[in-house]
Design a protein around this ligand. Structure first.
Ligand SMILES: *Cc1c(COP(=O)(O)O)cnc(C)c1O
Length: 390
């Protein structure tokens, strides 16, 4: 066996540089000598081991930092990894956390099962009213976790009220900005201490990379989140970071386009016979209409929900009649996706508990993508008329 080929050859010299960020899968980095290794650790002057950091994660983090007006963001292997880092890095047994009562399903599980198992108590409260959040606070409350727009009911949190409460009481406000994105809401501009994202969704945008992002405004807290990321091993794959960077380049264009289409689709749905409810922040009949301007400004986003008459049979007929709209429990893809909370995200709830938050068998959530708006409207017309005749 020839020994020489296992020796890594130097990277070919070139007086030009690649236009595209190179993909760097290397797990380890060779240092010149022990002094050089010391400098890498002490001054962060170089990469050492990919779990601790790698160039593709750094490049992606810096780009999301720019969108969020942040610095030092930490990329993790999933959105849940990012939320996990924040909890594991900043909380200890005996602390108390207040969360929105309509958080993402896995976040709810962390709140109701996993944090309590670690001796961290939690309370869920309705974030559309800061007084409910206030009533849930305790002397040992360390953190509040909210999403700006709730899934799938599209309710808008009382962000100003909650931010004031957190500031007055010295409690960390963590905002999961996945739904709203920095295009719709920039948590640091509104008093949040920590921002988290499922990069998997709108930021990466193509349903081909699973990643998360977390950043704290205070560098000392940020360091603790980073240490949790590399110690618990939530490190992202370089390839996913590379794909997500590619997706991120078109994020703003995609978001703007999908938002305009979502607004048109919401308007069209509201006029379709058989549709009993349409939830999108652009609509004057939105339950939090009076808060849309102060929280989202003129950025209603690409997520909407609607309800049709009828039970499971109508719901089955609707998805079957729209085979080109992916019936898949995700969001933020270039293509429009349709999800049915009663059989997916909210299947663990009883029918009565679902009814309490307005989720019936005829309730659907739509993540609007980049298709031609007229085509989408026609597809929904067909799907809804199929649901009516089921
Ligand atoms: C998807 C999602 C998450 C979890 O992100 P993953 O990348 O799937 O781990 C967290 N919060 C919200 C609001 C989400 O939509």
């Amino acid at each position: 066996m020839s020994e020489s080929i296992v020796r890594r050859t130097p990277w070919p010299k070139s007086s030009s540089r690649p236009v595209v960020t190179p993909l760097q899968p290397s797990v380890v980095y060779a240092s010149p000598d022990p002094d050089g290794l010391d400098r890498q650790y002490d001054e962060g002057s170089g990469y050492t081991y990919a779990r601790e950091g790698h160039p593709n994660a750094t490049v992606l983090a810096q780009k999301i930092d720019r969108l969020e007006g942040a610095s030092g963001g930490i990329i993790s292997g999933s959105g849940m990894g990012a939320i996990g880092n924040v909890f594991l890095g900043l909380l200890k047994a005996g602390d108390h956390v207040v969360g929105g009562d309509q958080l993402y399903g896995r976040s709810l599980r962390l709140m109701t099962e996993d944090l309590p198992r670690l001796g961290i108590e939690t309370t869920l409260a309705d974030p559309t009213d800061a007084r409910r959040i206030e009533a849930a606070l305790r002397p040992e409350t360390k953190m509040i976790l909210v999403e700006v727009v709730s899934n799938p009911t599209i309710r808008i949190a009382d962000m100003d009220g909650i931010a004031k409460l957190a500031r007055d009481r010295g409690i960390l406000l963590v905002v999961d900005n996945t739904f709203t994105t920095p295009r719709g809401y920039r948590p640091f501009d509104h008093g949040a201490d920590i921002v988290v994202h499922s990069v998997t969704k709108l930021l990466a945008g193509h349903s081909d990379a699973t990643l998360g992002y977390a950043v704290a405004r205070d560098p000392a807290l940020n360091e603790k989140i980073y240490v949790a990321n590399v110690t618990w091993g939530f490190t992202p794959s370089p390839f996913d970071c590379w794909l997500a960077e590619r997706g991120l380049h078109s994020f703003e264009l995609r978001y703007d386009r999908a938002e305009v289409t979502a607004t048109r689709l919401a308007e069209a749905l509201a006029k379709m016979p058989g549709v009993t409810r349409v939830l999108h922040p652009s609509r004057p009949d939105h339950p939090d209409h009076n808060r849309v301007q102060s929280v989202l400004g003129d950025r209603p986003g690409n997520m909407l929900s609607f309800e049709v008459e009828g039970g499971r049979a109508a719901a089955n007929a609707l998805t079957r009649a729209a085979p080109d709209i992916a019936f898949a429990p995700t969001l933020g893809d270039v293509g429009t996706t349709l999800s049915h909370p009663a059989s997916s995200s909210h299947r663990a709830l009883t029918e009565a508990a679902r009814a309490e938050i307005g989720i019936s068998e005829g309730f659907f959530r739509v993540s609007v993508g980049l298709e031609d708006p007229e085509l989408l409207i026609r597809e929904f017309e067909d799907a809804i008329s199929a649901a009516r005749s089921a």
